[in-house]
Ligand binder design. Structure first.
Ligand SMILES: C[S@@+](CC[C@H](N)C(=O)[O-])C[C@H]1O[C@@H](n2cnc3c(N)ncnc32)[C@H](O)[C@@H]1O
Length: 253
């Protein structure tokens, strides 16, 4: 099982063809990327639900196979989290090309704040959409609605439209899939790993071959695996050496 102990494992930054993996704090690492160099940021930051869950008496550590949250953005107070998000959007606006896009997963209760901060940095709000998990854990199913969805927001940098490869098809603001398949965890488990099929869907739709895609919270590297498969360049960042190592193994396969 993965641990969050940064001393437990080390990770040497990896450069392999068009793929770079960097281990460290995303804000510091993004500062090292060039202005107007990226076409898409496809990312899944911590949802900052640690304090919210704690106030409700829910042990988030028990909810997840592994509690990586303690060293991340998950346990910050609202003000501190908003400041980090603000700094994130400042860097994102700088490294993205004009018409470059962000697709970011986030808790639905945080979306209004995320939209507001993104607009402050010149992003054009396009869509908030839903990922529906067809096989959720039926926790407390006799007490309330079973949690089976996560949300994402789609934004374009400094323009009203960006790359949208729908090839004449209607693309719903809704993606449905089962949670991650076992084979996608063969190099190690990440508690909030996203299914590869969904990441491929977004990479194919929102970028073109040869484009540079950045994931500053890559976890087990699902975005990077999709980028390698679809011929995109990729920069992935995570603060946890253990998750960077899982990403490296998955992407190098
Ligand atoms: C929700 S998970 C991403 C999971 C990923 N989508 C996947 O499929 O595996 C968020 C990740 O952000 C990382 N993280 C938290 N704080 C960070 C920071 N300041 N800089 C970089 N990564 C960070 C965590 O280690 C965690 O792996």
């Amino acid at each position: 099982m993965a641990s969050n102990d940064a001393t437990a494992l080390s990770f040497e930054d990896m450069q392999q063809g068009d793929i770079s993996l960097l281990c460290g704090d995303s804000l510091e690492m993004l500062a090292g990327l060039e202005n107007a160099s990226a076409d898409l940021i496809l990312t899944d930051p911590p949802y900052n639900l640690g304090l919210f869950m704690k106030k409700r008496g829910t042990n988030i550590g028990k909810l997840r196979a592994n509690h990586f949250a303690a060293a991340s953005w998950d346990l910050l107070g609202f003000e501190e989290w908003s400041q980090k998000m603000d700094m994130f959007f400042a860097q994102a606006a700088r490294i993205l090309k004009k018409r470059g896009a962000i697709l970011m997963f986030m808790s639905i209760i945080k979306m209004e704040t995320v939209k507001h901060l993104a607009e402050k940095h010149g992003f054009y709000y396009k869509t908030i959409g839903i990922w529906h998990k067809t096989n959720p854990m039926p926790r407390n199913m006799n007490l309330h609605f079973v949690n089976s969805t996560e949300s994402w927001i789609y934004l374009v940098n400094g323009a009203t439209t960006g790359t949208f490869n729908n090839n004449g098809k209607i693309i719903h603001d809704f993606y449905e899939t089962a949670a991650v398949r076992g084979v996608e965890r063969k190099f190690g488990s990440h508690p909030t790993q996203k299914p590869l099929a969904m990441m491929e869907h977004f990479v194919a739709l929102l970028s073109n071959e040869g484009d540079l895609v950045v994931d500053p919270f890559m976890g087990s590297g699902s975005t990077g695996v999709a980028c390698k498969k679809l011929g995109r360049r990729f920069v992935g960042i995570d603060v946890s050496p253990e998750y960077c190592n899982i990403a490296k193994r998955r992407i190098s396969e």
